[in-house]
Design a protein around this ligand. Structure first.
Ligand code: F0G
Length: 523
Protein backbone atom coordinates (compact mmCIF):
# COMPACT_ATOMS: atom_id res chain seq x y z
CA UNK A 1 0.00 0.00 0.00
CA UNK A 2 1.19 3.48 -0.71
CA UNK A 3 1.05 5.61 2.39
CA UNK A 4 0.86 9.34 2.21
CA UNK A 5 3.03 11.54 4.31
CA UNK A 6 1.45 14.65 5.68
CA UNK A 7 4.82 16.33 5.98
CA UNK A 8 6.21 15.87 2.53
CA UNK A 9 4.54 17.07 -0.66
CA UNK A 10 5.47 15.60 -4.00
CA UNK A 11 3.39 17.79 -6.27
CA UNK A 12 3.14 21.55 -6.38
CA UNK A 13 4.96 22.11 -3.09
CA UNK A 14 6.90 25.05 -4.51
CA UNK A 15 3.88 26.59 -6.22
CA UNK A 16 1.70 26.05 -3.16
CA UNK A 17 4.24 27.70 -0.89
CA UNK A 18 4.22 30.76 -3.17
CA UNK A 19 0.41 30.85 -3.20
CA UNK A 20 0.40 30.45 0.58
CA UNK A 21 2.78 33.38 1.00
CA UNK A 22 0.24 35.44 -0.96
CA UNK A 23 -2.53 34.17 1.30
CA UNK A 24 -4.19 32.42 -1.61
CA UNK A 25 -3.53 28.71 -1.07
CA UNK A 26 -6.93 27.37 -0.15
CA UNK A 27 -8.28 23.86 -0.41
CA UNK A 28 -11.73 24.35 -1.86
CA UNK A 29 -13.96 21.37 -1.29
CA UNK A 30 -17.09 22.23 -3.24
CA UNK A 31 -18.19 24.55 -6.01
CA UNK A 32 -21.41 25.58 -7.68
CA UNK A 33 -22.28 28.52 -9.93
CA UNK A 34 -20.03 31.43 -9.02
CA UNK A 35 -19.30 30.07 -5.56
CA UNK A 36 -16.37 28.08 -4.21
CA UNK A 37 -16.50 26.62 -0.69
CA UNK A 38 -13.80 25.70 1.78
CA UNK A 39 -13.93 24.46 5.35
CA UNK A 40 -12.48 26.62 8.09
CA UNK A 41 -10.63 25.39 11.15
CA UNK A 42 -13.96 24.58 12.81
CA UNK A 43 -15.09 22.60 9.77
CA UNK A 44 -17.69 25.23 8.84
CA UNK A 45 -18.25 25.70 5.12
CA UNK A 46 -17.16 29.15 3.97
CA UNK A 47 -18.42 30.53 0.65
CA UNK A 48 -16.14 32.51 -1.67
CA UNK A 49 -17.52 34.31 -4.72
CA UNK A 50 -15.45 33.30 -7.71
CA UNK A 51 -14.92 36.22 -10.08
CA UNK A 52 -12.26 34.53 -12.20
CA UNK A 53 -14.19 31.38 -13.09
CA UNK A 54 -10.85 29.61 -13.25
CA UNK A 55 -9.62 32.11 -15.74
CA UNK A 56 -12.57 32.16 -18.03
CA UNK A 57 -13.35 28.47 -18.39
CA UNK A 58 -16.70 28.60 -16.64
CA UNK A 59 -19.23 30.46 -18.82
CA UNK A 60 -22.00 28.50 -17.07
CA UNK A 61 -20.32 28.40 -13.68
CA UNK A 62 -19.00 25.54 -11.56
CA UNK A 63 -20.87 22.25 -11.85
CA UNK A 64 -23.80 23.55 -13.87
CA UNK A 65 -26.68 21.15 -13.12
CA UNK A 66 -27.61 20.46 -16.76
CA UNK A 67 -23.99 19.83 -17.74
CA UNK A 68 -23.43 17.57 -14.74
CA UNK A 69 -26.66 15.68 -15.53
CA UNK A 70 -25.46 15.17 -19.10
CA UNK A 71 -22.10 13.90 -17.84
CA UNK A 72 -23.82 11.36 -15.59
CA UNK A 73 -26.02 10.25 -18.47
CA UNK A 74 -23.02 9.74 -20.76
CA UNK A 75 -21.37 7.52 -18.15
CA UNK A 76 -24.56 5.70 -17.16
CA UNK A 77 -25.12 4.83 -20.82
CA UNK A 78 -21.72 3.14 -20.92
CA UNK A 79 -20.86 5.31 -23.92
CA UNK A 80 -17.53 4.26 -25.49
CA UNK A 81 -15.30 7.14 -24.38
CA UNK A 82 -11.91 6.69 -26.03
CA UNK A 83 -12.64 6.40 -29.70
CA UNK A 84 -9.23 6.72 -31.34
CA UNK A 85 -9.56 5.14 -34.78
CA UNK A 86 -12.86 3.45 -33.91
CA UNK A 87 -14.30 4.90 -37.08
CA UNK A 88 -16.78 7.11 -35.28
CA UNK A 89 -16.48 10.00 -32.91
CA UNK A 90 -18.87 12.73 -31.84
CA UNK A 91 -16.36 15.32 -33.03
CA UNK A 92 -18.27 15.62 -36.28
CA UNK A 93 -21.39 16.69 -34.41
CA UNK A 94 -19.39 19.30 -32.51
CA UNK A 95 -17.87 20.60 -35.75
CA UNK A 96 -21.34 20.71 -37.33
CA UNK A 97 -22.72 22.71 -34.40
CA UNK A 98 -19.75 25.07 -34.61
CA UNK A 99 -20.31 25.54 -38.35
CA UNK A 100 -23.92 26.52 -37.74
CA UNK A 101 -22.74 29.13 -35.23
CA UNK A 102 -20.04 30.42 -37.60
CA UNK A 103 -22.60 30.72 -40.41
CA UNK A 104 -24.95 32.67 -38.22
CA UNK A 105 -22.34 34.93 -36.66
CA UNK A 106 -20.03 35.55 -39.63
CA UNK A 107 -22.70 35.34 -42.32
CA UNK A 108 -20.53 33.07 -44.45
CA UNK A 109 -21.30 29.86 -46.28
CA UNK A 110 -17.67 28.78 -46.39
CA UNK A 111 -17.33 25.67 -44.22
CA UNK A 112 -14.83 25.39 -41.40
CA UNK A 113 -13.25 22.00 -40.75
CA UNK A 114 -12.60 20.90 -37.20
CA UNK A 115 -9.60 19.39 -35.43
CA UNK A 116 -9.71 18.51 -31.77
CA UNK A 117 -7.16 18.48 -28.97
CA UNK A 118 -7.06 18.23 -25.18
CA UNK A 119 -6.15 21.71 -23.99
CA UNK A 120 -5.88 25.26 -25.24
CA UNK A 121 -2.14 25.10 -25.82
CA UNK A 122 -2.51 21.79 -27.63
CA UNK A 123 -5.10 23.36 -29.93
CA UNK A 124 -2.61 26.15 -30.67
CA UNK A 125 0.03 23.50 -31.46
CA UNK A 126 -2.38 21.88 -33.91
CA UNK A 127 -2.77 25.22 -35.69
CA UNK A 128 1.00 25.76 -35.76
CA UNK A 129 1.47 22.35 -37.39
CA UNK A 130 -1.40 22.73 -39.83
CA UNK A 131 -0.34 26.25 -40.79
CA UNK A 132 3.21 25.05 -41.47
CA UNK A 133 1.91 22.06 -43.43
CA UNK A 134 -0.23 24.41 -45.50
CA UNK A 135 2.65 26.88 -45.93
CA UNK A 136 4.91 24.12 -47.24
CA UNK A 137 2.24 23.01 -49.67
CA UNK A 138 1.83 26.60 -50.90
CA UNK A 139 5.60 26.91 -51.18
CA UNK A 140 5.83 23.66 -53.15
CA UNK A 141 3.10 24.88 -55.54
CA UNK A 142 5.02 28.11 -56.11
CA UNK A 143 8.34 26.35 -56.68
CA UNK A 144 6.67 23.92 -59.10
CA UNK A 145 5.23 26.88 -61.03
CA UNK A 146 8.66 28.49 -61.21
CA UNK A 147 10.18 25.23 -62.45
CA UNK A 148 7.56 25.00 -65.19
CA UNK A 149 8.29 28.61 -66.15
CA UNK A 150 12.03 27.90 -66.27
CA UNK A 151 11.41 24.98 -68.62
CA UNK A 152 9.18 27.16 -70.79
CA UNK A 153 11.94 29.81 -70.91
CA UNK A 154 14.51 27.19 -71.88
CA UNK A 155 12.26 26.02 -74.72
CA UNK A 156 11.61 29.60 -75.81
CA UNK A 157 15.35 30.36 -75.94
CA UNK A 158 15.95 27.19 -77.98
CA UNK A 159 13.27 28.53 -80.32
CA UNK A 160 15.05 31.88 -80.67
CA UNK A 161 13.85 34.01 -77.75
CA UNK A 162 16.43 36.33 -76.19
CA UNK A 163 17.25 36.90 -72.54
CA UNK A 164 16.88 40.47 -71.26
CA UNK A 165 20.20 41.97 -70.08
CA UNK A 166 18.82 42.97 -66.72
CA UNK A 167 17.77 39.33 -66.19
CA UNK A 168 21.42 38.43 -65.72
CA UNK A 169 22.08 41.57 -63.65
CA UNK A 170 19.30 40.78 -61.19
CA UNK A 171 20.86 37.36 -60.60
CA UNK A 172 24.42 38.70 -60.42
CA UNK A 173 25.37 36.65 -63.48
CA UNK A 174 27.30 37.44 -66.63
CA UNK A 175 25.36 37.20 -69.90
CA UNK A 176 27.78 34.50 -71.01
CA UNK A 177 26.15 32.11 -68.52
CA UNK A 178 23.25 31.78 -70.94
CA UNK A 179 19.93 30.11 -70.21
CA UNK A 180 21.57 27.14 -68.42
CA UNK A 181 23.38 29.45 -65.99
CA UNK A 182 20.21 31.44 -65.44
CA UNK A 183 18.08 28.39 -64.75
CA UNK A 184 20.66 26.95 -62.36
CA UNK A 185 21.03 30.22 -60.45
CA UNK A 186 17.26 30.75 -60.09
CA UNK A 187 16.90 27.19 -58.77
CA UNK A 188 19.82 27.59 -56.38
CA UNK A 189 18.69 30.96 -55.00
CA UNK A 190 15.10 29.77 -54.64
CA UNK A 191 16.14 26.60 -52.81
CA UNK A 192 17.93 28.77 -50.28
CA UNK A 193 14.76 30.78 -49.57
CA UNK A 194 12.59 27.65 -49.53
CA UNK A 195 14.80 26.14 -46.81
CA UNK A 196 14.17 29.03 -44.41
CA UNK A 197 12.08 28.26 -41.34
CA UNK A 198 8.61 29.83 -41.11
CA UNK A 199 7.90 33.09 -39.35
CA UNK A 200 4.88 33.46 -37.10
CA UNK A 201 3.51 36.88 -36.24
CA UNK A 202 1.99 37.50 -32.82
CA UNK A 203 1.08 40.48 -30.69
CA UNK A 204 3.28 41.83 -27.95
CA UNK A 205 2.12 40.49 -24.57
CA UNK A 206 0.21 37.71 -26.30
CA UNK A 207 -0.48 34.46 -24.49
CA UNK A 208 -0.98 31.34 -26.57
CA UNK A 209 0.04 28.57 -24.19
CA UNK A 210 3.08 26.94 -22.64
CA UNK A 211 3.86 23.88 -24.78
CA UNK A 212 7.09 23.89 -26.74
CA UNK A 213 5.71 25.49 -29.88
CA UNK A 214 2.95 27.62 -28.35
CA UNK A 215 5.24 29.04 -25.66
CA UNK A 216 7.28 30.53 -28.46
CA UNK A 217 4.24 32.56 -29.51
CA UNK A 218 3.68 33.63 -25.91
CA UNK A 219 5.34 36.98 -25.37
CA UNK A 220 6.26 36.88 -21.67
CA UNK A 221 10.08 36.54 -21.78
CA UNK A 222 10.22 34.65 -18.47
CA UNK A 223 8.03 31.92 -19.91
CA UNK A 224 9.44 31.97 -23.43
CA UNK A 225 13.16 32.65 -23.41
CA UNK A 226 14.32 29.39 -21.77
CA UNK A 227 12.64 27.51 -24.63
CA UNK A 228 13.24 29.56 -27.76
CA UNK A 229 15.69 27.00 -29.09
CA UNK A 230 12.96 24.37 -29.11
CA UNK A 231 10.27 26.09 -31.04
CA UNK A 232 9.10 28.11 -34.02
CA UNK A 233 10.28 31.65 -34.55
CA UNK A 234 7.84 34.42 -33.77
CA UNK A 235 8.04 38.14 -34.40
CA UNK A 236 6.02 40.17 -31.95
CA UNK A 237 4.31 43.39 -32.96
CA UNK A 238 2.56 46.01 -30.85
CA UNK A 239 -1.21 46.11 -31.30
CA UNK A 240 -1.36 49.88 -31.66
CA UNK A 241 1.41 50.66 -34.15
CA UNK A 242 0.62 49.67 -37.75
CA UNK A 243 3.96 51.13 -38.89
CA UNK A 244 5.86 48.71 -36.71
CA UNK A 245 3.89 45.81 -38.20
CA UNK A 246 4.86 47.00 -41.67
CA UNK A 247 8.53 47.24 -40.62
CA UNK A 248 8.61 43.72 -39.21
CA UNK A 249 6.92 42.38 -42.33
CA UNK A 250 9.46 44.18 -44.51
CA UNK A 251 12.32 42.68 -42.48
CA UNK A 252 11.01 39.14 -42.76
CA UNK A 253 9.56 39.23 -46.25
CA UNK A 254 11.35 36.95 -48.71
CA UNK A 255 11.04 36.64 -52.45
CA UNK A 256 12.01 34.02 -54.96
CA UNK A 257 12.96 34.50 -58.60
CA UNK A 258 10.68 33.54 -61.44
CA UNK A 259 10.98 33.98 -65.19
CA UNK A 260 8.51 35.04 -67.80
CA UNK A 261 8.56 35.12 -71.56
CA UNK A 262 6.86 37.94 -73.44
CA UNK A 263 7.31 39.00 -77.06
CA UNK A 264 10.32 36.73 -77.49
CA UNK A 265 12.13 38.12 -74.42
CA UNK A 266 12.89 36.17 -71.24
CA UNK A 267 12.92 38.32 -68.13
CA UNK A 268 13.46 37.63 -64.43
CA UNK A 269 10.79 38.71 -61.95
CA UNK A 270 10.47 38.41 -58.20
CA UNK A 271 7.59 36.75 -56.39
CA UNK A 272 6.69 36.70 -52.75
CA UNK A 273 7.58 33.45 -51.05
CA UNK A 274 5.26 32.23 -48.25
CA UNK A 275 7.55 32.66 -45.24
CA UNK A 276 4.70 33.81 -42.99
CA UNK A 277 2.86 30.79 -41.62
CA UNK A 278 0.29 32.65 -39.55
CA UNK A 279 -0.58 35.79 -37.64
CA UNK A 280 -1.82 34.82 -34.17
CA UNK A 281 -4.24 37.24 -32.55
CA UNK A 282 -6.18 37.15 -29.29
CA UNK A 283 -9.07 39.55 -30.01
CA UNK A 284 -8.91 40.44 -26.33
CA UNK A 285 -5.53 39.65 -24.86
CA UNK A 286 -6.26 38.01 -21.54
CA UNK A 287 -2.92 37.49 -19.89
CA UNK A 288 -1.73 40.87 -21.19
CA UNK A 289 -4.22 42.56 -18.87
CA UNK A 290 -7.53 42.26 -20.76
CA UNK A 291 -6.53 44.36 -23.76
CA UNK A 292 -8.96 44.42 -26.68
CA UNK A 293 -7.64 44.80 -30.23
CA UNK A 294 -9.45 47.73 -31.84
CA UNK A 295 -11.32 47.65 -35.15
CA UNK A 296 -8.82 49.94 -36.85
CA UNK A 297 -5.92 47.62 -36.09
CA UNK A 298 -8.05 44.65 -37.14
CA UNK A 299 -8.32 46.27 -40.60
CA UNK A 300 -4.52 46.61 -40.67
CA UNK A 301 -4.10 42.93 -39.81
CA UNK A 302 -6.50 42.05 -42.64
CA UNK A 303 -4.68 44.27 -45.14
CA UNK A 304 -1.23 42.91 -44.27
CA UNK A 305 -2.36 39.28 -44.19
CA UNK A 306 -4.18 39.61 -47.51
CA UNK A 307 -1.05 41.11 -49.06
CA UNK A 308 1.13 38.27 -47.75
CA UNK A 309 -1.46 35.52 -48.11
CA UNK A 310 -0.79 34.90 -44.42
CA UNK A 311 -3.50 33.07 -42.46
CA UNK A 312 -5.14 34.92 -39.57
CA UNK A 313 -5.34 32.73 -36.47
CA UNK A 314 -7.82 33.93 -33.88
CA UNK A 315 -7.03 32.50 -30.46
CA UNK A 316 -10.48 32.67 -28.86
CA UNK A 317 -9.53 30.22 -26.12
CA UNK A 318 -10.26 32.78 -23.44
CA UNK A 319 -12.38 35.38 -25.25
CA UNK A 320 -14.65 33.04 -27.22
CA UNK A 321 -17.62 30.83 -26.33
CA UNK A 322 -19.97 33.78 -25.84
CA UNK A 323 -18.16 35.49 -23.00
CA UNK A 324 -18.23 38.90 -24.69
CA UNK A 325 -21.86 38.71 -25.84
CA UNK A 326 -21.11 37.14 -29.22
CA UNK A 327 -19.75 33.65 -29.81
CA UNK A 328 -16.39 35.05 -30.93
CA UNK A 329 -14.96 38.24 -29.41
CA UNK A 330 -13.49 38.98 -32.87
CA UNK A 331 -17.01 39.46 -34.22
CA UNK A 332 -17.15 42.83 -32.43
CA UNK A 333 -14.24 44.12 -34.53
CA UNK A 334 -15.36 42.40 -37.73
CA UNK A 335 -12.18 40.31 -37.88
CA UNK A 336 -12.55 36.97 -39.60
CA UNK A 337 -10.15 34.13 -38.93
CA UNK A 338 -8.71 31.55 -41.28
CA UNK A 339 -8.36 29.58 -38.07
CA UNK A 340 -10.18 29.77 -34.73
CA UNK A 341 -9.06 28.06 -31.54
CA UNK A 342 -11.54 27.37 -28.75
CA UNK A 343 -10.98 25.65 -25.41
CA UNK A 344 -11.72 26.63 -21.78
CA UNK A 345 -15.55 26.95 -21.60
CA UNK A 346 -16.01 24.48 -24.48
CA UNK A 347 -15.55 21.75 -21.86
CA UNK A 348 -18.44 23.08 -19.75
CA UNK A 349 -16.29 23.29 -16.65
CA UNK A 350 -15.92 19.52 -16.38
CA UNK A 351 -14.22 18.24 -19.54
CA UNK A 352 -10.88 19.17 -21.07
CA UNK A 353 -11.05 19.79 -24.76
CA UNK A 354 -10.17 22.22 -27.50
CA UNK A 355 -11.33 22.73 -31.04
CA UNK A 356 -9.56 24.19 -34.02
CA UNK A 357 -11.59 25.46 -36.94
CA UNK A 358 -9.91 25.86 -40.33
CA UNK A 359 -11.70 27.57 -43.18
CA UNK A 360 -12.08 25.50 -46.31
CA UNK A 361 -9.77 27.68 -48.36
CA UNK A 362 -6.87 26.81 -46.03
CA UNK A 363 -7.82 23.29 -45.01
CA UNK A 364 -5.46 20.44 -45.97
CA UNK A 365 -7.25 17.14 -45.61
CA UNK A 366 -4.07 15.07 -45.39
CA UNK A 367 -3.34 16.73 -42.08
CA UNK A 368 -6.01 14.47 -40.57
CA UNK A 369 -3.68 11.55 -41.24
CA UNK A 370 -0.70 13.30 -39.65
CA UNK A 371 -2.04 14.45 -36.34
CA UNK A 372 -3.86 12.54 -33.62
CA UNK A 373 -3.98 11.96 -29.89
CA UNK A 374 -5.23 9.04 -27.82
CA UNK A 375 -7.51 11.31 -25.85
CA UNK A 376 -8.58 14.00 -28.33
CA UNK A 377 -12.16 13.81 -29.61
CA UNK A 378 -13.14 11.47 -26.78
CA UNK A 379 -16.88 11.00 -26.51
CA UNK A 380 -17.13 12.46 -23.03
CA UNK A 381 -15.59 15.82 -24.00
CA UNK A 382 -17.34 15.93 -27.35
CA UNK A 383 -20.80 15.23 -25.94
CA UNK A 384 -20.23 17.75 -23.15
CA UNK A 385 -19.07 20.32 -25.73
CA UNK A 386 -22.25 19.65 -27.69
CA UNK A 387 -24.29 20.26 -24.54
CA UNK A 388 -22.44 23.54 -23.93
CA UNK A 389 -23.08 24.71 -27.50
CA UNK A 390 -26.74 23.75 -27.11
CA UNK A 391 -26.98 25.81 -23.89
CA UNK A 392 -25.34 28.77 -25.61
CA UNK A 393 -27.64 28.68 -28.59
CA UNK A 394 -30.83 27.96 -26.64
CA UNK A 395 -33.69 30.44 -26.56
CA UNK A 396 -32.40 32.33 -29.54
CA UNK A 397 -29.07 33.16 -27.88
CA UNK A 398 -30.27 34.11 -24.40
CA UNK A 399 -26.84 33.17 -22.99
CA UNK A 400 -25.07 35.71 -25.22
CA UNK A 401 -27.54 38.41 -24.25
CA UNK A 402 -27.01 37.53 -20.61
CA UNK A 403 -23.21 37.74 -20.95
CA UNK A 404 -23.56 41.18 -22.54
CA UNK A 405 -26.12 42.42 -20.02
CA UNK A 406 -24.31 41.09 -16.92
CA UNK A 407 -21.08 42.48 -18.33
CA UNK A 408 -22.62 45.90 -18.77
CA UNK A 409 -23.97 45.87 -15.24
CA UNK A 410 -20.55 44.86 -13.87
CA UNK A 411 -18.78 47.46 -16.02
CA UNK A 412 -21.16 50.15 -14.82
CA UNK A 413 -20.31 49.36 -11.20
CA UNK A 414 -16.57 49.27 -11.89
CA UNK A 415 -16.62 52.46 -13.94
CA UNK A 416 -18.43 54.21 -11.09
CA UNK A 417 -15.62 53.21 -8.73
CA UNK A 418 -12.98 54.28 -11.25
CA UNK A 419 -14.59 57.74 -11.48
CA UNK A 420 -14.73 57.97 -7.72
CA UNK A 421 -11.16 56.77 -7.13
CA UNK A 422 -9.05 57.68 -10.17
CA UNK A 423 -5.99 57.73 -7.91
CA UNK A 424 -6.55 54.03 -7.14
CA UNK A 425 -8.07 52.63 -10.34
CA UNK A 426 -6.31 53.46 -13.57
CA UNK A 427 -8.68 51.90 -16.05
CA UNK A 428 -11.58 49.49 -16.49
CA UNK A 429 -11.59 47.66 -19.81
CA UNK A 430 -12.80 44.65 -21.69
CA UNK A 431 -16.14 43.50 -22.95
CA UNK A 432 -19.02 41.44 -21.63
CA UNK A 433 -17.76 39.09 -18.95
CA UNK A 434 -14.09 39.47 -19.79
CA UNK A 435 -13.14 42.55 -17.82
CA UNK A 436 -9.96 43.95 -16.36
CA UNK A 437 -9.55 46.49 -13.57
CA UNK A 438 -6.14 48.09 -13.78
CA UNK A 439 -4.92 49.72 -10.57
CA UNK A 440 -2.57 52.70 -10.40
CA UNK A 441 0.89 51.20 -9.95
CA UNK A 442 1.48 52.88 -6.52
CA UNK A 443 5.20 53.20 -7.27
CA UNK A 444 5.00 56.72 -5.84
CA UNK A 445 2.77 55.78 -2.92
CA UNK A 446 3.35 57.79 0.24
CA UNK A 447 2.83 54.66 2.35
CA UNK A 448 6.16 52.78 2.38
CA UNK A 449 4.38 49.42 2.69
CA UNK A 450 2.16 50.04 -0.33
CA UNK A 451 5.12 51.40 -2.30
CA UNK A 452 7.14 48.36 -1.22
CA UNK A 453 4.68 45.75 -2.48
CA UNK A 454 4.26 47.77 -5.69
CA UNK A 455 8.04 47.77 -6.26
CA UNK A 456 8.16 44.01 -5.75
CA UNK A 457 5.52 43.65 -8.47
CA UNK A 458 3.01 42.11 -6.09
CA UNK A 459 0.42 44.88 -5.75
CA UNK A 460 -2.20 42.93 -7.72
CA UNK A 461 -1.60 39.82 -5.65
CA UNK A 462 -1.82 41.89 -2.46
CA UNK A 463 -5.17 43.26 -3.59
CA UNK A 464 -6.46 39.81 -4.61
CA UNK A 465 -5.31 38.45 -1.27
CA UNK A 466 -7.12 41.24 0.64
CA UNK A 467 -10.35 40.68 -1.32
CA UNK A 468 -10.19 36.96 -0.56
CA UNK A 469 -9.31 37.30 3.12
CA UNK A 470 -11.62 40.14 4.07
CA UNK A 471 -14.43 39.87 1.56
CA UNK A 472 -14.40 36.22 0.45
CA UNK A 473 -14.01 37.18 -3.18
CA UNK A 474 -11.68 35.36 -5.53
CA UNK A 475 -9.99 37.41 -8.24
CA UNK A 476 -6.56 37.07 -9.80
CA UNK A 477 -4.08 39.37 -11.51
CA UNK A 478 -3.31 38.74 -15.18
CA UNK A 479 0.09 37.05 -15.36
CA UNK A 480 1.86 39.54 -17.61
CA UNK A 481 0.24 42.68 -16.19
CA UNK A 482 0.03 42.13 -12.48
CA UNK A 483 -1.64 45.41 -11.55
CA UNK A 484 -4.73 44.30 -13.48
CA UNK A 485 -7.34 42.09 -11.86
CA UNK A 486 -9.29 39.90 -14.23
CA UNK A 487 -13.01 39.38 -13.84
CA UNK A 488 -14.45 36.47 -15.80
CA UNK A 489 -17.45 35.17 -13.85
CA UNK A 490 -20.21 33.04 -15.31
CA UNK A 491 -23.33 34.40 -17.00
CA UNK A 492 -25.29 33.50 -13.87
CA UNK A 493 -23.68 36.41 -12.04
CA UNK A 494 -26.29 37.91 -9.73
CA UNK A 495 -26.85 41.53 -8.73
CA UNK A 496 -26.02 40.49 -5.18
CA UNK A 497 -22.61 39.16 -6.31
CA UNK A 498 -21.92 42.40 -8.16
CA UNK A 499 -22.86 44.35 -5.02
CA UNK A 500 -20.55 42.18 -2.95
CA UNK A 501 -17.67 43.03 -5.27
CA UNK A 502 -18.67 46.69 -5.22
CA UNK A 503 -18.51 46.76 -1.42
CA UNK A 504 -15.16 44.96 -1.37
CA UNK A 505 -13.51 47.15 -4.00
CA UNK A 506 -14.98 50.26 -2.41
CA UNK A 507 -13.35 49.30 0.91
CA UNK A 508 -10.07 48.66 -0.81
CA UNK A 509 -10.18 51.92 -2.78
CA UNK A 510 -10.91 53.91 0.37
CA UNK A 511 -7.93 52.30 2.13
CA UNK A 512 -5.52 52.83 -0.75
CA UNK A 513 -6.82 56.35 -1.28
CA UNK A 514 -6.08 57.12 2.38
CA UNK A 515 -2.72 55.33 1.98
CA UNK A 516 -3.79 53.21 4.93
CA UNK A 517 -1.70 50.07 4.64
CA UNK A 518 -3.36 47.94 7.30
CA UNK A 519 -4.97 45.80 4.58
CA UNK A 520 -1.47 44.73 3.60
CA UNK A 521 -0.12 44.20 7.09
CA UNK A 522 -2.37 41.19 7.56
CA UNK A 523 -1.34 39.53 4.32
N1 F0G B 1 -4.52 30.95 -25.41
C1 F0G B 1 -5.10 31.82 -24.58
C2 F0G B 1 -5.65 33.10 -25.12
C3 F0G B 1 -5.18 31.54 -23.20
O1 F0G B 1 -5.74 32.42 -22.37
C4 F0G B 1 -4.67 30.32 -22.73
C5 F0G B 1 -4.65 30.02 -21.31
C6 F0G B 1 -4.11 29.42 -23.65
C7 F0G B 1 -4.05 29.77 -24.98
C8 F0G B 1 -3.58 28.10 -23.22
O2 F0G B 1 -4.62 27.26 -22.85
O3 F0G B 1 -4.06 26.62 -20.49
O4 F0G B 1 -5.65 25.25 -21.86
O5 F0G B 1 -3.23 25.26 -22.38
N2 F0G B 1 -4.77 30.88 -20.45
C9 F0G B 1 -4.71 30.67 -19.02
C10 F0G B 1 -4.91 32.00 -18.36
C11 F0G B 1 -3.49 30.03 -18.56
O6 F0G B 1 -4.19 32.34 -17.45
O7 F0G B 1 -5.82 32.67 -18.74
P1 F0G B 1 -4.36 26.03 -21.83
Amino acid sequence: MVSSSAAQEFADANLRAKMASLGMAIHYTRAEGNTLYYRDSENREVAVTDFVGSFGSLMFGHNHPEIVARAKEILDNQTPIFTLMLGHSYANEVATALNAIVRRELGTDEPYYGFFANSGAEGVEVVIKHAEFDRQARAAELIAEVEANLEAARTAVADGAVIADDAFDSLGLAAAEGIDGLVAEVARANAEVAALPPVFLALERAFHGKLVASVNLTYNPDLRLPFTRLGPRARFVPSDAPDRLREVVAEERRQVFDVQVADGVVSVVRRDFPVFAGFFVEPIRGEAGIKPVNAEYAREIERVCAELDCPIVLDEIQSGMGRTGTFFASTHIGLRGDYYVLAKSLGGGIAKTSAVLVRERRYRKDFELLHSSTFAKDSFSSLIALKVLELLEAEDGEAYRKAAERGERLTEMLTGLWKEYPDVIKEVRGRGLMLGVEFQDQLDASSPAIRGIAEEGFLGFGIASYLLREHKIRTFPTASATTTLRLEPSIHLTDAEIEKLDTALRDLCALVHAQDDRWLAQA
